[in-house]
Structures are given as structure tokens and as C-alpha cells.
Design a protein around this ligand. Structure first.
Ligand code: ADP
Length: 484
């Protein structure tokens, strides 16, 4: 076994407490897996209102103090809870963290500038001296700057920092004076060399400049980020730091998502015995009052409704699909009101063959993964993507666009070799997506091939162990790199 490492994992959300997307899954599963490997990994997130409401009695107070935020004094509470072998620290300030995890605009910028400052202040208040700080996405983006310019010196030691990009689309941009007013940053840093990008300052960029190492959540996305179309203006700094950038493919929580042992689904099943999958399909069909037979394939989506997820492509051709093919469509998602409205329209116009749930529903997500035949994920870009891996684990074949982590996790069906774990298309184009769906529907009618693909998909190892080993390796080189 490797030396025990002490890692503080910092993020804006984490399961099993709060989740709006895949980041919360990773913030839960990676620390849990590293803890099982013998490391002392602790997670620090804001204490959002739900956490107090659901776990208030279990929280232990670690510190209660006031910290400077520019000219202000702001309250900082730190609370602690152990869950699944991992210690969680919660940053408490009810001005900043209440019902809304992300308030949008400058209110959100202020929430997370405070969070960055609070995390740095916490390092001298908690009973834990991390060997590595593992930061995630722009909400933690000013921590490397604060550590390098002030807090390492105050602590009397340099803590190596890994910054992981989960999605570069969201960068935490704001005017320099807004940030300066909260964090007292000298004018000197308002330059392209440091924080400035496109006339404003940018928390993600700051992390990319000041962190010791950078990782992202799939090898393909790591390469894509060096191109302008994916780098979203930060491709220059990422290319310049190419030697420090690593792509580590996420996994999923194979205990939470286990078709043989999932209390949220109608019947258990496995690759060797798929009869239970049929019961799940029937239950799903009944839940959405579809009037299709069990032989009609169900194509489903479980997704944030944003442009990134390729919803525009679905908008273009969904009616053509529903009108021309023997197929049912189920969508679970929330997001852009324009997309929500479109799916409401579909549900009203095609009640027999479509089912739509607008909102966030963890339990329903499990029932959909278990009961559907195909999962559609035509993302414009996808850093890693978890839904396609979960779907594969439940024998639901993904239909994806070849981008980012979708390339690294879905082997497109090859009709000559008979191999594959799903279907894919390359160009971001609605007709190409429709053709990929039609290919999947043709295979659906070829039972031996369908069965083989389901078995292959279910056999893929999506556990977090491989990723955890790679992070372990990376942390070790970081600690050795800086100390000796
Ligand atoms: P992203 O993080 O970009 O949203 P991922 O595929 O990495 O996409 O992760 C999405 C996670 O969120 C998956 O676990 C998926 O099942 C879940 N999810 C997405 N939308 C919903 C929803 N409306 N209800 C329940 N779970 C959802």
C-alpha cells in the first residue's frame, strides 16, 4: 500500500448532501474510494440550507469566528460530519449559503469569493493538515491565488494544489473592481498574465495560472481544451501549461448504481438474467401512461436542459422521430425554460408515446436508467458525462455524440465486428443524430445483437477505482515534487 495521503477536497456541492450535476457525484465517489484505499480524504463544501434542514442534529461545530472580506467582517462557521468513511466540513454563512446553491451573476460570484476566502481561513481552524488541496471548478478558483500570495506564508508551509476542470463553460467572470473590493487584490494582477481575460477577471483562469497541477475529467476533454472551440477562451493558458495537465476519466458509484441491488427500481437484474429489466420497462411505461407495447423501444434522456447537452438537436427532429418510427421517448430534466417548454409541448401533443418530467428527481432517474432501452446524450461538448456510464451499467445503450468523455466511455457499435457498447455520431447535426437513433432502432429489432451489446455495456468497469489510483499517483508526485 502507498503512503497515507491527507487530501482536502473542495467543491461547491457533494452527494449525499446536495447535487445539481455530476460534480456532486464525483465529490462523493472519489473521496469515498480514496478513503477505502486507506487515505484520509476530507471534503469541504458550503453548508447549503438543505444540509442544515436534513442533518442539523448531526453537525458538530468546529469553529465559529469572523473573517475579513475586503473592508467587511463576515461570519465563518465550520461544521463537521462523518459519512461513508469520509469527514465532511461545511462552511456556514447564511448570508451566502441558503436555498440557492448558485444565485447567478455577481451574487453568485460573491457567494464563491467568500467561499474561497473561507476555505483558506479554515486551514488554520480545522484539526487537519492536508498534504494536498484538491480544488474543483471555478467556485474554488481563487484559492490557489490566495494560498500562494498569503495563506501558505501564514501557515508556514506550501500545500500543493491540484485544480480539476469539470466544465470550462462556467468560469466565474466578473469586473476586476468587484473582485478587488472583496479580496483586496492589487491592480498588478489585473493583467492577462494573471487574472484578466477578455476585459474581465476570471476565477477559472486564476486557478489555471496559480494551481500546481491541472486535471480534467477525461483524456479526450484534456486534449480538446487546448483548442479554441472547447477551451472557451482559456485554451492559451491550458496549452501553455500542457505539461501540468492530466485527463483522468471519472467513474460512477457502482454501489449506488447497481441493477442487482438497487432499492429504487422495480426488479433487480444482471447481464446474465435480464428478465428484471423487462419488469422495469413495463413499470416505466405505466408510470408515464404510455400506450405502447413492451416491444416498442424506449429512448430516454436524463439531463440538465442546456445548450451543452445537445437539446437543440433533439428539438429539430424529435417530432419526426415520434411520427415516423415505432418508438417511445421519455425525458427527465430541468433547465432552460425554452427547452422545458418544448418538452411540455411534446408531452401534450404525443401523450401515447412520450413522457416528460420537468424537474430534478433522483429516484425517477434510477427507474429510467433501469427501464429504458436507449439513453440519448447528443452533447455539443461533454467533459466526461456520467449518465452514459450509469445507463450502460443498467443495460441501457447510450446514443452519444463523439465528444470529450463520451468518446472515452462509449464504444460505438461496429456492424462488421459485432462489437460495441452503444451508438455514436460525429458531427453536431440533428440529421446525423437521427440517423444514429435509427441505427440503434434497427439493432433493437435484431435480438441476438441487442443482447450482446447489452451484455458488453453491462460488463464495462465504470467503478471509480481506476481513477482513484490515478489521482493517488498524481497526489504523490505533487507532494514529492514540492518537498523533495
Ligand atoms: P452534468 O454534470 O454536466 O450535468 P453528467 O452526465 O456528468 O452531466 O452528470 C449528470 C448527473 O446528474 C447524472 O448522475 C444524472 O443521472 C443526474 N441528473 C441530471 N439531471 C437529472 C434530473 N433532472 N433528475 C435526476 N438526476 C439528474
Amino acid at each position: 500500500m502507498k503512503d497515507t495521503l491527507k487530501v482536502l477536497f473542495v467543491a461547491s456541492e457533494s452527494m449525499p448532501f446536495v447535487k445539481t450535476g455530476g460534480l456532486a457525484d464525483v465529490a462523493h465517489t472519489l473521496p469515498k474510494t480514496l478513503a477505502a484505499l486507506g487515505h484520509d480524504v476530507r471534503v469541504m463544501i458550503p453548508r447549503h440550507a438543505r444540509i442544515k434542514a436534513e442533518h442539523g442534529d448531526e453537525l458538530e461545530t468546529v469553529a465559529s469566528t469572523w473573517i475579513p472580506l475586503g473592508w467587511r467582517q463576515k461570519y465563518l462557521g465550520i461544521e463537521k460530519l462523518r459519512s461513508g468513511g469520509v469527514t465532511y466540513y461545511f462552511i456556514d454563512n447564511e448570508d451566502y449559503f441558503g436555498d440557492k446553491i448558485y444565485r447567478g451573476g455577481n451574487e453568485e460570484n460573491e457567494q464563491y469569493l467568500y467561499f474561497c476566502k473561507a476555505v483558506c481561513e479554515s486551514l488554520s481552524l480545522i484539526d487537519f493538515e492536508p498534504d494536498v488541496l484538491h480544488l474543483n471548478d471555478w467556485h474554488t478558483g481563487m484559492i490557489p491565488y490566495l494560498m500562494k500570495t498569503r495563506y501558505n506564508a501564514l501557515l508556514g508551509r506550501e500545500i500543493p494544489i491540484l485544480f480539476t476542470i469539470h466544465n470550462i463553460e462556467y468560469q466565474g467572470k466578473m469586473g476586476f473592481t468587484f473582485m478587488q473590493d472583496l479580496l483586496d487584490i492589487p491592480d498588478f494582477y489585473n493583467t492577462p498574465e494573471y487574472l484578466e481575460a477578455d476585459g474581465c477577471v476570471n476565477m477559472m483562469k486564476s486557478a489555471l495560472v496559480f494551481a500546481d497541477r491541472i486535471s480534467t475529467v477525461s483524456p479526450s476533454y484534456a486534449n480538446e481544451l487546448m483548442d479554441a472551440w472547447a477551451g472557451r477562451g482559456l485554451e492559451g493558458i491550458i496549452s501553455a501549461r500542457r505539461a501540468d495537465v492530466t485527463g483522468i476519466l471519472n467513474g460512477i458509484d457502482t454501489e449506488d448504481f447497481d441493477p442487482q441491488n438497487d432499492a429504487l427500481i422495480t426488479a433487480p437484474f444482471s447481464a446474465d438474467d435480464l428478465t428484471g429489466k423487462r419488469s422495469n420497462k413495463k413499470a416505466l411505461r405505466d408510470e408515464f401512461s404510455l400506450s405502447t407495447t413492451l416491444t416498442t423501444p424506449i429512448v430516454a434522456m436524463v439531463s440538465r436542459l442546456t445548450e451543452q447537452k445537445g437539446i437543440s438537436l433533439v428539438q429539430y427532429v424529435l417530432e419526426e422521430l415520434l411520427c415516423c418510427e415505432d418508438v417511445a421517448f421519455i425525458m427527465l430534466g430541468a433547465g432552460d425554460p425554452q427547452f422545458e417548454g418544448f418538452f411540455d409541448y411534446i408531452a401534450a401533443k404525443y401523450p401515447d408515446t412520450s413522457g416528460v418530467y420537468i424537474g430534478y428527481n433522483e429516484q425517477l432517474a434510477h427507474r429510467i436508467y433501469a427501464g429504458a432501452d436507449f439513453l440519448l446524450m447528443p452533447s455539443e461538448f461533454e467533459p466526461c458525462g456520467l449518465s452514459q456510464m450509469i445507463a450502460q451499467r443498467y443495460g441501457t445503450l447510450p446514443i452519444v455524440r463523439e465528444t470529450g468523455g463520451l468518446i472515452d466511455t462509449v464504444e460505438s457499435y461496429n456492424e462488421f465486428t459485432g462489437q460495441g457498447t452503444g451508438f455514436s455520431f460525429l458531427t453536431y447535426n440533428a440529421q446525423d443524430m437521427l440517423e444514429a437513433i435509427r441505427r440503434a432502432l434497427r439493432v433493437y429489432r435484431d435480438k441476438p445483437v441487442l443482447r450482446r451489446l447489452k451484455k458488453s455495456a453491462m460488463a464495462v468497469d465504470h467503478s471509480f477505482l481506476k481513477a482513484a489510483r490515478q489521482y493517488e499517483e498524481l497526489y504523490e508526485t505533487m507532494t514529492k515534487g514540492l518537498y523533495g
